[in-house]
Design a binder for this molecule. Structure first.
Ligand SMILES: O=c1ccn([C@@H]2O[C@H](COP(=O)(O)O)[C@@H](O)[C@H]2O)c(=O)[nH]1
Length: 477
């Protein structure tokens, strides 16, 4: 299970957004665990914390620096601590790693040997530093955006409070990884700072830090940092609570307080809208809006992706994810509908597997029966090549997700033709624009697309979702 799913499973199973720092800090060790063997005392304390909290929190966050500071016995303590965390609870290693030279080897060590689920990173060395951590699809990173350290304000607020550097970090790091793989770490007592970050990163998980430095602040912090679904924000258990003998009772009280506020937020949310794209509503452009939303939910990724043909592209489109975002899915269906309403056909066909949900949605919307050609024919049962009922001679409009070479859609369409169906039109969401529409036309198909890949990349670049290097890589491809 990947980090994101593991975290969400724990949030809902334990009904908790709380996480616990597992830090062997000799200065904070409760008197009852102090002993002449400092490591043994710290270990007993950490074991107590895990036993008391595992059912009431969503993640653990050991801070690497505390273990390193204890030398070799400290690292041994780290491994014992990691081993005693129940497998289903995600571990976020708080490393604030920032060294480009060691990023690949460190990523391999922490993710494959130590088997932590996520790590905190400093953004200063940029995307090159973060990329080696993102090649592990089941693990995640949290980018440090701002801290509450007073001395850091001069850097974080630069050049001025209206457009501070920490917001630049948020904007930039959003282009590095999907919301499932890249979250943000925000240390602040100032709800306005958290609010400004949530505004431009509505889809990201935020680890809140330092929120307890000011008393009576919890509601303001929750109001500023929770997303419209009442989650997306991980709250630290206060450090001084971890020394208390009745830790589990205290955590449960805190959890209840947080959950009460969360349910108010969920109750107040009158629509299923998850977030609004950050472009002007005055000049609303549905396609551009949709592109930004697709990017923000991780359907459009940048990096090096090998295609079925063996070619490497600087992007990958995964439209299969839209089914988990009804609001976006609905808009995608509307965009297909705009094209289909001008075409003539008796049935719709989806190309498996990616386009089956879309074709089903369109079939229900347009009140038009649906069929689909099987990808592989079963050796048992009816051994049908085409699922659903149809009459030879009928006209079928084919629906698919993305045209790269056109191979998969043509294979599907040929199966339909072999069964005596007429295929004139193929409607896809994205055209990769390498002359494939012409190739389809030579085979007697008229291809229509909602978006072209260059339209997508240009929109993302203009909206600051991808940087110049990513834009250039696409243009040179
Ligand atoms: O970014 C991508 C690229 C490919 N796919 C999958 O491949 C087919 C289209 O490839 P053809 O070469 O045109 O057969 C598409 O239907 C997807 O299944 C993708 O999802 N994203």
């Amino acid at each position: 299970m990947n980090f994101f799913d593991k975290l969400n499973t724990n949030i809902s199973q334990n009904q908790s957004l709380l996480f616990v720092g597992l830090d062997p800090n000799p200065e904070m060790i409760p008197a009852r665990y102090q002993s002449s063997d400092i490591i043994a005392g710290l270990e007993n304390w950490l074991q107590f914390i895990i036993a008391e909290t595992a059912d009431f929190i969503c993640a653990y966050k050991p801070t690497l620096g505390f273990y390193e500071a204890l030398g070799v016995p400290g690292l041994e303590l780290l491994f014992k601590t990691l081993a005693s965390i129940p497998n289903h609870i995600p571990i976020i290693l708080d490393a604030k790693h920032s060294d480009l030279n060691t990023s690949s080897i460190f990523a391999r060590t922490v993710f494959t040997e130590w088997r932590v689920d996520a790590i905190t990173l400093s953004p200063y060395t940029g995307q090159d530093h973060v990329a080696p951590f993102l090649v592990y699809p089941d693990q995640a990173v949290f980018i440090l955006c701002c801290t509450s350290n007073p001395g850091a304000a001069i850097l974080q607020q630069f050049p001025h409070q209206k457009s501070p550097f920490y917001l630049q970090v948020v904007q930039e790091s959003k282009t590095w990884g999907t919301p499932e793989q890249l979250g943000l770490e925000v240390g602040t007592t100032d709800a306005d700072i958290l609010k400004s970050i949530r505004l431009i990163a509505p889809e990201r998980i935020i680890i809140a830090r330092s929120i307890w430095a000011e008393e009576g602040n919890l509601k303001k912090i929750l109001a500023a940092g929770l997303n419209g679904n009442g989650d997306g924000l991980l709250i630290p258990v206060p450090q001084d609570m971890l020394g208390n003998a009745d830790l589990s009772q205290q955590i449960q009280l805190l959890r209840t307080e947080i959950n009460q506020f969360r349910s108010e937020i969920i109750h107040d949310a009158s629509t299923c809208e998850v977030w609004l794209p950050d472009i002007s509503v005055k000049d609303k452009q549905p396609h551009q809006d949709l592109i930004l939303q697709l990017y923000d939910i991780g359907c459009i990724m940048f990096g090096e992706f090998v295609q079925a043909s063996g070619a490497t592209f600087p992007y990958y489109i995964d439209l299969r994810k839209i089914i988990s975002n009804p609001q976006v899915f609905n808009q995608v269906l509307s965009a297909y509908e705009e094209i289909l309403k001008n075409l003539t056909f008796d049935r719709l066909a989806g190309i498996p597997y990616g386009s089956l949900p879309t074709a089903t949605g369109l079939s229900l919307r347009l009140h038009c029966p649906m069929i689909f050609p099987r990808k592989e024919v079963k050796a048992h049962g009816t051994r049908k090549v085409i699922e659903g009922n149809f009459y030879p001679g009928e006209t079928v409009a084919v629906v698919d997700d993305i045209l790269i070479s056109g191979k998969s859609v043509m294979e599907g369409a040929e199966k339909l033709r072999s069964a005596g169906l007429k295929i004139n039109d193929i409607v896809v969401f994205i055209d990769h624009e390498q002359g494939v529409k012409d190739r389809l036309s030579q085979n007697g198909y008229c291809a229509h697309s909602v978006l072209t890949i260059s339209e997508i990349v240009t929109t993302l670049h203009q909206a600051g979702r991808i940087n110049d290097a990513q834009f250039l890589a696409f243009q040179e491809s």
